[in-house]
Ligand binder design. Structure first.
Ligand SMILES: Cc1cc2nc3c(=O)[nH]c(=O)nc-3n(C[C@H](O)[C@H](O)[C@H](O)COP(=O)(O)OP(=O)(O)OC[C@H]3O[C@@H](n4cnc5c(N)ncnc54)[C@H](O)[C@@H]3O)c2cc1C
Length: 430
């Protein structure tokens, strides 16, 4: 197969990049699962936007402080300065954010934000944004979307990317040649037993980069979310958005117990305090009391969280619900520059799989959708300026079918490769 641009992943990063490429380019988007199965669909709380010029400094400072001042300042600046344009684009694509009676946008707040600057759609902001982007993509004749198609390798020579190796549902393995490749393959939650992520998100982009010596950055920067609904069943952890605490919910050590932490501190701090508390009390969960938010606001702003609690047998309007921390987000990733370009020629990365340093050591709530969109667009615009002088005749020799006889084994090896790299970097910091 030949195309102009391959995009691996159809979360917000992959979809928005595709929409920012010109219609004369042939674009192929592949996804490992069905199109709606991306973490982008799961985002609850919302998406940040700089409200006005006066909000620039506080937004910048909140992002830096949450990230322990390890953030790349240029990336933070780009993200904040681009936020209004991106939101404008989203609204143009039909995304609906909550508004007041006069039609003005409403803003909510989450932990570590000094002000209200988060746009939201009930508690399913990710689904609203991603489904609208997907609708747009499906209308484009130049974009082909292949579901249940997994990238299992890069086609590479002399640090230049010429495409990918993919495998379909029937395990047919085939090369796809392209001028440019964008890795938009999300996080690494599938490598953990307790995670809010879809289990098929296993850091495959990182693995192929490690294999081909493309640089990673901070692979040990992994965010654990403080509040997921406690469940004894081994399934994807259900997130209780930070905006629930932003709107007033409180944490207790026991059901009728005491508060033990300021609920609006950054995620890593709250997680640490919960873990300490559970260890002290010998428990495997603590409690979140949503009642201070008030019945009407719970039902209007957080209807899906409310319903899920009820399904699990908890009544958030009447009692605190049990919660426990779980793996949630990956701040590290494939190292990219301000244009989302990796250290390999013609290879880009955007969204959660990439690391442009915007989040530093810890992500500020609701900065992820924004960052994914901003830097996906930058990748799209930059790759248009790249010239590729390869042709199929030359590059077809890069594909060796016999290397891919056992896909499952290969993917297992990739998981081990990524986990080992995370451990190696962690140890080097001890
Ligand atoms: C429960 C939850 C709530 C969240 N809430 C918020 C929030 O309120 N605000 C916010 O800003 N952020 C939030 N986040 C984080 C945010 O949703 C993600 O960081 C962001 O959506 C990542 O987008 P992405 O496009 O990079 O990846 P994803 O949306 O995860 O998409 C990854 C894509 O890559 C595909 N893929 C992976 N590997 C392969 C492969 N080998 N071959 C082919 N395809 C592959 C997947 O199938 C998928 O299509 C939340 C995350 C979760 C899990």
């Amino acid at each position: 197969m030949n195309t102009d641009i391959i995009i691996v992943g159809c979360g917000v990063a992959g979809l928005y990049a595709a929409l920012n490429l010109p219609e004369e380019k042939n674009i192929l988007i592949i996804t490992k699962s069905d199109a709606p199965s991306s973490d982008s669909y799961l985002a609850q709380g919302g998406i940040c936007m700089m409200r006005n010029e006066a909000d620039y400094e506080p937004f910048f400072e909140d992002t830096m402080k949450a990230g322990h001042y390890e953030n790349n300042k240029e990336s933070v600046d780009i993200m904040i300065r681009s936020s209004q344009d991106v939101i404008h684009d989203l609204i143009g694509y039909g995304v609906e954010f909550e508004r007041d009676k006069n039609g003005e946008l409403l803003f909510t707040r989450e932990g570590a934000h000094s002000d209200y600057r988060i746009l939201y759609h009930e508690d399913i902001t990710g689904e609203e944004i991603t489904s609208k982007l997907l609708d747009q993509v499906k209308q484009k004749e130049n974009i082909t979307l292949m579901e249940y198609t997994t990238m299992i390798d890069l086609l590479e020579e002399n640090n230049t990317c010429y495409g990918i190796v993919a495998s379909d549902k029937e395990n047919h393995v085939f090369p796809i040649f392209a001028e440019n490749v964008l890795l938009a393959c999300g996080g690494i939650g599938g490598l953990f037993s307790h995670s809010t992520n879809f289990p098929h998100l296993t850091g495959d982009g990182l693995a192929v980069c490690l294999k081909h010596h493309v640089e990673l950055l901070h692979p040990d920067y992994i965010q654990i979310h403080p509040t997921t609904l406690y469940s004894s069943k081994p399934e994807r952890a259900f997130l209780i958005s930070e905006s629930v605490r932003g709107e007033g919910a409180l944490l207790y050590n026991k059901k009728d117990g005491e508060r033990f932490v300021n609920e609006l501190l950054p995620r890593d701090v709250v997680t640490r305090e919960i873990n300490k508390q559970m260890e002290k009390d010998g428990t495997d969960h603590v409690y979140l009391d949503m009642r201070p938010i008030g019945k009407e606001d719970i039902l209007n702003h957080f209807p899906h969280i409310y319903e899920r609690c009820m399904e699990e047998g908890y009544r958030p309007l009447e009692e605190p619900v049990p919660i426990v921390p779980a793996q949630h987000y990956f701040m590290g990733g494939i190292k990219v520059d301000r244009h989302s370009k990796t250290t390999m020629e013609h290879l880009y990365a955007a969204g959660e799989t990439s690391c442009n340093g915007v989040h530093g050591a810890n992500r500020l709530a609701s900065n992820s959708l924004l960052e994914s969109l901003v830097f996906a667009k930058r990748a799209a615009l930059h790759m248009l300026q790249q010239k590729n002088d390869s042709n199929q005749k030359e590059v077809s020799s890069l594909f060796h079918q016999e290397q891919y006889t056992d896909k499952e084994k290969l993917l297992e090896e990739y998981h081990t490769l990524v986990k080992n790299e995370i451990e190696r970097i962690k140890k080097s910091h001890e």
